[in-house]
Design a protein around this ligand. Structure first.
Ligand SMILES: Nc1nc2c(ncn2[C@@H]2O[C@H](COP(=O)(O)OP(=O)(O)OP(=O)(O)O)[C@@H](O)[C@H]2O)c(=O)[nH]1
Ligand SMILES: [Mg+2]
Length: 419
């Protein structure tokens, strides 16, 4: 099944806690601190895999979590690092992290870090200094980063086939590549895009065959609109027309309708190299229609072919190769590239607001520090108070009117304020 949009939530691994321990050895009366650090939590990465063509498998699992880091141990043993998680995604996937454009993965093997595992907490051995030889303090591990991620696949192909339903797009794709799309004598046989690799005269290119387009597609009619975005990255469009008029309409009218839809969908589509292919020339009525068609488009190169008999197909492929060499006047990626401008936002170390009589303190640094402190350890508590005081929290709370006995909340922790 072809799935080109998914939303998933990712949580990196939590860091392991640090350990408090002192060496115990025979004949050594008072060993030094030897509590190891906790291990870092696992990261989550996306990796571009050229064998993947859909986001289907990711759609089965809405939540992913990387492994947590393990606790540090005595004897200076560091906790084990949590294992990273690498999710494979198809080429051409746009990644949006927490609603913002994050990356466009287009190269096989390309791997990017999406959410980072939490740091391991320090064990007491790390707190030892020349003056401070018996530290009874350690930290908890930091939480792993979490994010809501939206993935949007835009197929990477050199050539896109467009045209009315039933004009023969899939038949042509099956003739020129190893792809085996469904073909049938009714409209909307193709429900999701098919990709095929064409190998012609020693050169390769990728073709995307999308569902048929009908009038109003740009407004969401039929299936065309959903899939028109899959031809945004191509540099060539082959506009296929059923020249036999088997659907009862005039082929030239059909040609105009499709052109109009392409134009309305995006101003970029019609700036691509467009090759016009008149298909089904093996059918009796086609010659009459082609004659009329040529009158309308006197100066355009037209390719007449039959996807069924193969007549004229070579000429179309030759032209396609020629066009592939020709650079476009614009970058087809222009439209898909979504560079977000990073604005510098001044962030104070913390912020205090009063909510229902509670002094609520927020700020990345202070929340993380609070989370990593083991308040059950006296020394950790003293260190916490010292650092928070230096950050100016006490002064700020007093300024805002906090009195002894008031509640202060930092992250998920609550304290009673005392002057
Ligand atoms: N006689 C003749 N029939 C053709 C030719 N090309 C395609 N057909 C027939 O036209 C019908 C539709 O072909 P498809 O390849 O499924 O058309 P499509 O454009 O992919 O159609 P959708 O997927 O519905 O958009 C089938 O019955 C094909 O056998 C051709 O060159 N000559
Ligand atoms: Mg088809």
């Amino acid at each position: 099944m072809f799935i080109d949009k998914v939303s998933i939530s990712l949580t990196a691994g939590h860091g392991g806690d640090g350990c408090i321990s002192f060496r115990r050895e025979k004949y050594v009366p008072c060993g030094g601190p030897d509590g190891g650090n906790g291990g870092k939590g696992g990261d989550i990465y996306f990796e571009c895999d050229m064998h993947k063509t859909t986001l289907l498998d990711l759609s089965y699992t809405p939540k992913f979590k990387a492994e947590d880091g393990r606790k540090g141990l005595s004897n200076n043993k560091f906790g084990k690092t949590g294992e990273d998680l690498t999710l494979k995604i198809p080429l051409g996937t746009l990644v949006f992290k927490n609603g913002e454009f994050f990356a466009d993965l287009k190269t096989a093997g390309e791997k990017i870090l999406i959410v980072k595992g939490g740091k391991g907490g320090r064990g007491n051995a790390s707190f030892k200094t020349r003056k401070y030889t018996v530290p009874r303090i350690s930290e908890k591990g930091a939480p792993g980063e979490a994010a809501e991620v939206n993935l949007e696949l835009i197929l990477i192909a050199d050539v896109g086939f467009v045209g009315f339903p039933n004009c023969g797009k899939s038949t042509l794709l099956s003739r020129i590549s190893a792809a085996k799309p469904k073909i049938a004598d009714y409209p909307f046989t193709t429900l999701t895009p098919n990709l095929g690799v064409v190998d012609y005269e020693g050169k390769n290119f990728v073709v995307a065959d999308i569902p048929g387009i009908i009038e109003g597609a740009h407004k969401g009619k039929g299936l065309g609109f959903e899939f028109l975005r899959h031809i945004r990255r191509t540099s060539i469009l082959v506009h296929i027309i059923d020249a036999s008029g088997s659907d009862g309409a005039d082929p030239y009218d059909n040609y105009k309708i499709i052109n109009n839809e392409l134009k309305k969908y995006s101003k970029y589509l019609i700036k691509k190299h467009i090759i016009i292919a008149l298909n089904k020339i093996d059918l009796p009525d086609s010659q009459k229609h082609i004659k009329a068609f040529k009158k309308h488009l006197k100066n355009k190169k037209l390719f007449e072919l039959s996807a069924v008999t193969g007549k004229g197909v070579g000429g179309l492929l030759k032209e396609t190769l020629k066009m592939l060499e020709k650079p476009l006047a614009f970058n087809p990626e222009e439209e898909t590239e979504r560079t977000s401008v990073r604005k510098y936002i001044y962030k104070p170390e913390f912020r205090v607001v009063i909510e229902d009589g509670v002094f609520v303190v927020s700020g990345d640094k202070i929340e993380m520090f609070t989370h990593m402190t083991k308040f059950s350890e006296d020394e950790a508590l003293r260190r916490y108070q010292n650092i928070v005081r230096k950050m100016g929290l006490e002064t700020e709370l007093e300024k805002m009117g906090a009195k002894s006995g008031d509640t202060v909340r930092i992250g998920s922790f609550e304290f009673i304020f005392e002057k």
